[in-house]
Design a binder for this molecule. Structure first.
Ligand SMILES: [Zn+2]
Length: 121
C-alpha cells in the first residue's frame, strides 16, 4: 500500500466512505459493462468490509458471476475465503438499478426474488 493511500485512510471517515462509494460505483459499472442483460446490480456489504456483487436481469436471474472483492486489499478476507461470504455476516444489501425506467412492480419482483426470499437474521 502506498503512503498516499495510508494517509487517505487516516482522514475523516466521511471521506473514507466516499472513496468506498467511488470504488463500489466503479465495480458496478464494470459488472454492468460485462453483462448486457443486467438491469441492476445486487450489492452485498459484509460485516468484515468485503463486498459481493452480481448483476441481475429483468427476470431477477443472475446475469453475471458473483464477484467478491475488498477495498484497498488484494483479496477478500480469510473468513470470506472460508465461508464465501456467508449470509449471516451480511451487513446490508441493496440493488443498484441500472435501468431507472424500470417500473416499480418489476423492481419489486426482482427485489423480492433476489433479496426478499433470503432468510432474515
Ligand atoms: Zn470478508
Amino acid at each position: 500500500m502506498s503512503i498516499k493511500r495510508k494517509m487517505q485512510r487516516q482522514k475523516a471517515s466521511k471521506e473514507d466512505r466516499q472513496i468506498t462509494m467511488k470504488n463500489e460505483m466503479a465495480m458496478i459499472a464494470g459488472i454492468v459493462e460485462g453483462s448486457p442483460d443486467a438491469v441492476g446490480v445486487v450489492v452485498i456489504r459484509m460485516e468484515c468490509g468485503c463486498r459481493k456483487m452480481a448483476a441481475v436481469d429483468i427476470k431477477g436471474e443472475a446475469a453475471s458471476k458473483v464477484i467478491m472483492y475488498r477495498d484497498q486489499a488484494e483479496s477478500i478476507c480469510d473468513q470470506c475465503k472460508e465461508d464465501n461470504g456467508a449470509f449471516i455476516r451480511v451487513k446490508e444489501q441493496f440493488i443498484h438499478w441500472e435501468k431507472e425506467d424500470l417500473d416499480d412492480a418489476t423492481k419489486e419482483m426482482i427485489h423480492n426474488k433476489v433479496i426478499g426470499t433470503q432468510p432474515v437474521h
